[in-house]
Design a protein around this ligand. Structure first.
Ligand code: C2E
Ligand code: CA
Ligand code: CA
Length: 749
């Protein structure tokens, strides 16, 4: 069905239209049936009228015949006495009750004999030729011998009636007439049954003029009437029958009304049904519409949910999968790997020094750097590798198909490659490295949470070893991790319990073989674990931020030591303290150092500060500021571990540096490896050119000492001369002069 048709069918006027069609049909049918009914009534009426006329004719003729026979008998016995005639007439009257009277009228039209006589005496002698027309009709009858019938006239005996005149002999022999008088009423009564009389008004016209009217009282239905001629001798009669309203009603069929009502009823039913169907259809349409709307809403919801799911699984900042999704996916991956007997590698990754970058260059910078790193890491993503951002500076990579460890090493290589190029953030290029911890399923954990925890443990181990490296999880790590956490807890108590100690390692001046300064190296006298080297707790303290407090303690302890040495043989000694990069962030660092010096009444030139190259990389302005203040104060500045970091030698020029400490890694093989020798020589020369003096760290052999001395290195520090020792041991060794401070042969000079 077309839409238009449906609309039409649903139009509110449609049921009305149906009703009107039925109404019209009902009316038409009613009209048709009524018409037929009327015809039926009319024809019934016709039949009735014709039957009446026929009856009238027949009766009339019977009576006429009776009168005629009387006339014949009178003719046959010319001398009939009045008495005989009267007897004969009485017989007739009793046989034919319709007659009111039978008369003999002489040829002069005068009534002579009459039966019954009683009550009619005055009629005898009456001349019936009451007017010229009557006379003419009677004379004509005398002449022809044919009967004559008077019209309806007022009878001498009273009432209206008819008189039939039968001539006795024709022509000159005429002996008058035998006449039968009967009243119309009687005739009518006789002719018409009571049923007929009740039902019809009957008019008898004689030559068109109303001669007699029967039953005028009853109400008639003028729409129906039938006029039929009555064939009577000499009379020009017609019978007009008009039915009473009651008769018409009785004839009327119930069909027109019944049909009308039933069709109308059907119409109403059909309209109502249509209305109902319309309502149902409309309701249906409304339901369909609602359903469609619901469906579209559901679709929209689904789309929104999908969006949400995507959002929920993705980190908003980096666009990488988030931790939650990563963990769900990992669980799923492990299930599959279990079935396929495959390995899965989970790599936890930390950006080195991100916290420092973020703190010093701002969160905006941090966010941009994270986005840049994420973009590159995302390049690793494929159907077998999922990269996720877990928050902070931490990323996670899941390698889902690992056949052997080479696959993981290969992935780690790819990651390292990602950090090879510096990242362009806020217009500057920044070199960033990452440290990674790896846990491999199933050997490093059987479920996602365990794998994650162990990868984290491995990551911390990797950080402990220095940055920009990776570490696979191994069995023993778990214990170390527990230890680490415990240590962190203990560390919070260490200062209050005064558990830290400073050891001192001397630096010998190669030129003079004298010791002018010592490096203070912290130790933790742990109540249960014994003496712990800084590598066990300094990184931890840096991580937790406790390093600031520890740094202050070190400075204070060094100053106290210097104060103690004042006025002794060791009052010329300078102490070098190590400061980590984070300590430099502390604005009150310089103030604190000054206070420590002043409170112990120690000249600033007695104190030296060692910082690693990282201060050249981040927060340069601030760091230079801090160092300038320190320098102004009179504190000596040394760059520690020189050569391993991000050496941009140009910075040496910009910073107020007094000393350079060449990292132990160059010294260890300086006499064996040409490269290391070249670098060491170059650094010494460069530093000297900038007016900076050079310390060689980790000197363990005499060969190294000879090499350094021959290349004009200013100071040497290392186990060869002395291990880091407590102050008392240092003092003792210095007093005894038991340390190796010089080369047996004057080298090269
Ligand atoms: P560093 O400043 O490079 O200190 C020198 C480290 O090398 C010391 O380790 C020392 O024992 C070791 N060493 C010296 N000579 C030799 C040698 O000939 N051979 C070898 N193999 N090692 C030698 P230590 O005392 O374990 O200190 C490790 C690091 O801990 C230090 O490296 C320094 O970065 C940090 N550190 C030590 N004390 C403090 C402190 O008070 N504050 C801060 N922030 N860091 C400290
Ligand atoms: Ca140092
Ligand atoms: Ca060092």
């Amino acid at each position: 069905m077309t839409n238009k048709a449906v609309k039409g069918l649903l139009h509110p006027l449609f049921p009305v239209l149906i009703f009107l069609v039925f109404l019209a049909t009902a009316s038409g049918l009613k009209y048709g049936i009524e018409k037929q009914d009327r015809n039926q009534i009319q024809s019934s009426l016709d039949n009735e009228a014709q039957a009446m006329a026929a009856n009238l004719e027949r009766e009339f003729l019977v009576h006429l015949e009776a009168i005629r026979r009387m006339a014949q008998r009178f003719e046959a016995s010319p001398g009939m006495s009045e008495e005989t005639w009267s007897r004969d007439a009485r017989n007739y009257l009793s046989d034919f009750g319709v007659y009111q009277a039978i008369e003999w009228i002489d040829r002069d039209f005068v009534i002579r004999w009459l039966e019954p006589l009683s009550g009619n005496e005055e009629v005898v002698g009456f001349n019936v030729a009451i007017n010229p027309e009557r006379r003419q009709a009677l004379e004509q009858a005398q002449a022809s011998g044919e009967i004559d019938i008077s019209g309806v006239l007022n009878l001498r005996q009273g009432g209206q009636g008819l008189v039939i005149y039968v001539p006795v002999y024709a022509g000159a022999d005429n002996k008058g007439f035998i006449a039968g008088v009967f009243q119309m009423e009687t005739l009518a009564r006789h002719l018409l049954t009571s049923r007929v009389l009740d039902a019809f008004r009957i008019r008898i016209t004689d030559s068109g003029k109303l001669a007699y009217e029967l039953n005028t009282s009853s109400e008639t239905a003028p729409a129906f009437s039938h006029t039929t001629p009555v064939a009577l001798p000499t009379l020009d009669w017609a019978l007009t029958v008009t039915p009473s309203a009651a008769w018409v009603e009785s004839q009327r069929s119930v069909w027109p009304l019944a049909t009308f009502i039933s069709v109308l009823f059907m119409g109403i039913l059909t309209s109502l049904t249509t209305l109902l169907v319309q309502l149902i259809l409309k309701r249906n349409q409304a339901l369909l519409k609602t359903r469609r709307e619901l469906e579209s809403e559901i679709d929209q919801r689904k789309a929104v949910q999908q969006d949400l799911a995507r959002l929920e699984s993705t980190d908003a900042l980096t666009g990488l999968a988030n931790r939650r999704f990563f963990m769900e996916d990992l669980t799923h991956t492990l299930n599959i790997a279990d079935r396929q007997m495959r390995q899965v590698a989970l790599v936890m990754m930390d950006l080195d020094r991100f916290q420092m970058l973020n703190d010093s260059l701002g969160h905006q910078f941090g966010d941009e750097l994270l986005i840049k790193v994420s973009e590159r890491l995302n390049g690793l993503s494929n159907e077998k590798v999922l990269v996720a951002y877990s928050g902070g500076d931490e990323f996670m990579v899941c390698q889902q198909h690992v056949d052997d460890l080479d696959d993981v090493i290969n992935l780690l290589g790819q990651i390292k490659q990602i950090f090879a190029e510096p990242f362009e953030v806020q217009g500057d290029a920044h070199s960033v490295t990452a440290t990674m911890g790896i846990a491999v399923y199933p050997q490093s954990g059987l479920d996602a949470d365990t794998l994650l925890r162990n990868a984290d443990v491995a990551l911390y181990r990797a950080k402990d070893q220095g940055r920009n490296t990776y570490q696979f999880y191994t069995e023993g790590m778990q214990d170390r991790e527990v230890m680490r956490l415990e240590l962190d807890k203990d560390l919070s108590q260490a200062l209050a319990n005064d558990e830290f100690v400073l050891y001192f390692q001397p630096q010998v001046e190669l030129e003079s073989a004298e010791i002018h300064s010592v490096e203070a190296l912290i130790r933790w006298q742990h109540p249960r674990r014994g003496l712990l080297p800084p590598v066990e707790f300094i990184p931890l303290a840096e991580e937790s931020g406790r390093i600031t407090e520890i740094g202050r303690w070190v400075v204070m302890a060094a100053c106290r030591q210097l104060a103690r040495w004042q006025g002794t043989d060791f009052e010329h000694l300078r102490i070098a303290v190590n400061l980590s990069g984070r300590e430099l962030d502390d604005e009150s660092l310089v103030d604190h150092i000054r206070e420590a010096l002043e409170s112990n009444n120690v000249p600033p030139s007695r104190l030296e500060v060692e910082l690693t190259e990282e201060i050249f990389i981040q927060n340069i302005e601030h760091n230079r500021d801090q160092l300038s203040k320190l320098h102004k104060l009179g504190v000596q500045l040394a760059i520690d571990d020189f050569g391993v970091g991000y050496s941009s030698l140009g910075y040496l020029r910009d910073f107020p540096v007094d000393l350079l400490k060449i990292d132990r890694s160059f010294i260890t093989e300086v006499t064996e490896r040409h490269d290391d020798a070249v670098i060491t020589r170059a650094v010494i020369n460069l530093a000297h050119n900038l007016g900076i003096r050079v310390v060689a760290e980790g000197v363990e052999t005499m060969e190294q000492l000879v090499f350094l001395k021959s290349h004009r290195c200013d100071f040497a520090q290392g186990y060869l001369i002395s291990r880091p020792v407590p102050a008392a041991a240092l003092e003792k060794a210095l007093s005894e002069g038991s340390m190796i401070t010089d080369t047996p042969v004057r080298s090269g000079l």
